[in-house]
Design a protein around this ligand. Structure first.
Ligand SMILES: [Zn+2]
Length: 197
């Protein structure tokens, strides 16, 4: 019995060591630029990653492009929720989660719904479109569970971990440090209704 257990433990150790040495599947969503970001985000859990306009927004994981918005329709007077992101891209990662980046200044021409991306592939460039007009260029980055198209209040980012309140900050830090860490996303039984803000 003892030797059986030690065999299992050895096998598990081998598997976990092996997994740790495999190429990372996640990467930080901004490449080739100095950035700053914090744990805090206004109103709901997400992350604003500040960097120079034109910094590359890259896919944090391999997956399939979901929604792409190439036209900035946002107006301050109406402040329509679906328009706040300006130019934006979302990707359904191979981990089953959705990754969203918005306020972009540019989207790569090949980035269209259904296009398959690899980890670190360039999706667009950082800017200040949508409701970020007039502010410092940044990438609004949100992690969520997939929904039907147009559900902007989920797509923009939801709280993570068991309580569904944690922002993406710790995952961004892990990926920036080269650690492979899968976000824990709680899917509610009922889709939350469209909020006022
Ligand atoms: Zn934001």
């Amino acid at each position: 019995m003892k030797s059986k257990i030690s065999l299992i433990v050895t096998t598990l150790l081998f598997i976990s060591t092996h997994a740790a040495q495999a190429a990372p599947i996640y990467t930080f969503p901004v490449a080739g630029c100095e950035v700053t970001y914090s744990r805090y985000h206004h109103d709901y859990p997400a992350a604003d990653i500040f960097g120079k306009k034109g910094c590359a927004f890259v896919s944090p994981i391999a997956g399939v492009v979901d929604e792409v918005n190439t036209v900035d329709r946002w107006r301050g007077k109406t402040n329509i929720g679906a328009d706040r992101g300006g130019l934006s891209v979302s990707v359904i990662g191979d981990d089953g989660l959705r990754y969203y980046g918005s306020h972009l200044s540019k989207i790569e021409s090949k980035i269209v719904p259904g296009y398959r991306v690899t980890t670190g592939e360039k999706l667009g460039e950082i800017g200040s479109t949508g409701s970020a007009r007039g502010t410092k260029a940044h990438l609004h980055f949100g992690i969520s569970y997939p929904t039907e198209k147009g559900i902007w209040w989920i797509r923009r980012g939801v709280g993570l971990e068991s309580k569904g309140k944690t922002p993406p900050f710790k995952y961004l830090q892990a990926w920036q440090a080269g650690k492979d860490l899968k976000p824990r996303v709680v899917v509610p039984a009922v889709l939350p209704p469209e909020p006022k803000k």
